[in-house]
Write a protein that binds this ligand. Structure first.
Ligand SMILES: Nc1ncnc2c1ncn2[C@@H]1O[C@H](COP(=O)(O)OP(=O)(O)OP(=O)(O)O)[C@@H](O)[C@H]1O
Length: 601
């Protein structure tokens, strides 16, 4: 059957834009994310008899100032953990940054709710799959609230709109001649919901990710003719290397494709909890062939009738799919081929980040070796959690969690470098200037090179955000804080105030310089630590509405004006006390208590 399907592909025709030759590979990621480039696969027209026209449209159907980004739709076999939170925090930081740039952002997240694993998890809890999905999906929503995730769309794959769109998509691929029925026998990992190649398994047919044995299954299933798209996928990735990032993941994907693509089964005869296959109610659609469509169905407007084309016209193609490397094959091979088959544009970029690990193993629901994000947020606050994981784990690589490291990093960066700088500067301003700025910040920095130093770091942060180098973006912002601390230490305004006269005037100007630094930090760090930045901004005498109206243009030096009154100094980030520190303090407290008692005696 697969051979039959090869014919239409052999005759296919695709036109590629010469701008996207191999030189394009060298283009910077920053440019890539800004360029409204996408591959558009026109729907097969009857006249072309299934021929595939691949053109590079300027922007597909999404407006160039719209930035659509997605997280995976998380599988509701268990509540979220720090790994699920990691992708979502990163996506939220990117979304906030893009909004600061003035883009219309559609940030999509949601839950993947069908399949065998869900039915099993529900029955283990003694509930129906539907009830189980409601509970777990809500757990995701409430964690996102606690972590200040500002998503625009939350799609559940049990939503009737989604189900209708999946069926329309399926019918389209069927009409293209890319679906056929066949017997299949192989080793199946229920946790991956995927048939595996024996060569990829560990001893006793164990899945290397979930360390559980795969089971032998034989089914009469519907198949998607993935093999038909092998050559086109190869070509597409050569001409659009941005499609899969970072580049080492692109290499991985290219090598999978080169090793030969096999058609994959897209229905399950044995799974009831799923979307029925159109025309064959005895089978349900395979979870991946269902869940991936969530990125499109999420674009549907609430009151609109469910319609694939309408949803596509509301923002597809996505600018960025942010995923963990575990699901790269589904997003970088299966999904593009499915879209090609349906005549839809490909996403502009799939970025596969690394794993949060525990003892070297991927933290995951199936292994149960997870870190509890609710607990971290309750103990340390959302800013600390967001900052630590984005700053500490190089985006793209794996990272292990350690609580000591967590506490050291957030205390050093957020409490000391940023929080203390603001607090001591506001303290000096209150004592010496009635909390009021004596000059414009633009005037205060005249005659120094300090302004340029900060401007260079701001630009560095912007480039890193655009490149999705989130850790480096945090680093650049921290350097702004370090520069502010060095400035204040060198100038020592506290001693200038004591001298009085012109020295005191110079000190008052120095405070304005440092507070302008704080204002700029509040804008540049807002994508990563939004609450902390709001608190900083309020201390500088601004309102929440003013904070919400910020754009990246506000990183420009000169925002603070003469006469602006600052709020009373109040720590914006409470230092996390470690047990040893607390014990130390308690000991000091009891010692001084004893001393006082002695003195009184
Ligand atoms: N340890 C992790 N590190 C980083 N991201 C993770 C981690 N675990 C899950 N994710 C994120 O969640 C996605 C997978 O979602 P899923 O709901 O399947 O979670 P899971 O915990 O990996 O599930 P399972 O353990 O059952 O495979 C990943 O692609 C990634 O975006």
């Amino acid at each position: 059957m697969a051979a039959g399907m090869n014919c239409s592909f052999q005759n296919s025709l695709w036109l590629l834009n010469p701008r996207q030759g191999t030189n394009f590979r060298a283009a910077h990621l920053r440019t890539r994310l800004r360029l409204p480039q996408s591959l558009f696969f026109s729907a097969p027209s009857p006249a072309a008899d299934g021929a595939l026209y691949c053109t590079n449209s300027s922007n597909g159907s999404a407006a160039s100032d719209t930035f659509v980004l997605t997280t995976p739709l998380y599988y509701v076999n268990a509540p979220p953990h720090m790994g699920s939170a990691y992708t979502t925090i990163a996506a939220d930081a990117i979304a906030r940054f893009q909004r600061l740039l003035g883009k219309k952002v559609i940030f999509i997240t949601g839950t993947d709710e069908h399949g065998e694993k869900i039915a099993t998890a529900a029955s283990a809890q003694g509930s129906s799959p539907g009830e189980h999905c409601d509970v777990i999906s809500q757990a995701y929503k409430s964690l996102w609230k606690d972590l200040e995730i500002g998503y625009d769309k939350f799609i559940r794959t049990t939503d009737p709109t989604h189900e209708a769109i999946v069926k329309q998509f399926y019918s389209r691929v069927l009409a293209k001649g890319d679906i056929y029925k066949a017997d299949y026998e192989g080793l199946y990992c229920v946790n991956c919901e995927e048939y595996k190649d024996e060569k990829d398994l560990l001893e006793n047919s164990c899945c290397p990710m979930h360390l559980k044995p795969c089971v032998r299954r034989k089914e009469d299933n519907y198949f998607f003719a993935l093999s038909k798209y092998q050559k086109l996928l190869e070509e597409t990735l050569v001409q659009n290397p941005d499609l899969v990032q970072p580049s080492f993941r692109l290499n991985e994907v290219q090598s999978w494709i080169r090793s030969g693509l096999k058609d994959f089964s897209i229905s399950r005869a044995s799974v009831e909890w799923g979307i029925p296959v159109p025309g064959d109610e005895k089978q349900t659609i395979y979870v991946w062939f269902d869940a991936l469509l969530g990125y499109i169905s999420a674009l549907s407007e609430e009151k609109e009738r469910p319609d694939l084309e309408l949803a596509v016209s509301s923002g597809w193609p996505a600018s960025l799919h942010l995923i963990g490397k575990d699901i790269l094959r589904f997003h970088a091979v299966y999904w593009p081929a499915m879209l090609m088959s349906a005549g839809l544009s490909l996403p502009k970029m799939v970025f596969g980040h690394g794993f949060l690990t525990k003892d070297g193993m991927k933290m995951g629901k199936s292994l149960g070796n997870t870190l509890e994000p609710n607990d971290l947020v309750q103990r340390f606050g959302s800013d600390a959690v967001r900052y630590f994981f984005l700053r500490e784990v190089e985006f793209g690589s794996d990272g292990d969690y350690s609580e000591d490291r967590f506490i050291n990093i957030v205390n050093a960066h957020l409490a000391n470098t940023i929080g203390n700088l603001l607090n001591r500067t506001l303290g000096l301003l209150r004592k010496n200037c009635q909390s009021t700025l004596v000059v414009d910040s633009a005037v205060a920095a005249e005659g120094t090179s300090f302004r340029e130093t900060v401007e260079t770091l701001v630009e560095r942060a912007r480039v890193h955000y655009e490149n999705l180098s989130l850790s480096s973006a945090c680093e650049a912002v921290l350097e702004i804080g370090n520069a502010g601390n060095s400035y204040v230490d060198e100038r020592a305004p506290w001693s200038l105030f004591k001298q009085g006269g012109p020295a005191s005037e110079a000190a008052a100007k120095d405070l304005v310089v440092v507070l302008e630094v704080m204002r700029i930090i509040a804008v540049t760090l807002a994508p990563v630590a939004p609450s902390l930045c709001l608190r900083i901004y309020k201390q500088l005498g601004y309102s929440e509405d003013q904070f919400n109206a910020l754009t990246w243009v506000d990183t420009k030096w000169g925002g603070l004006k003469c006469g602006q009154v600052m709020a009373q100094p109040k720590p914006v980030f409470a230092r996390i006390e470690t047990q040893t520190e607390e014990e130390g303090k308690a000991a000091v407290g009891s010692r001084s208590g004893k001393k006082k008692l002695k003195e009184a005696a």
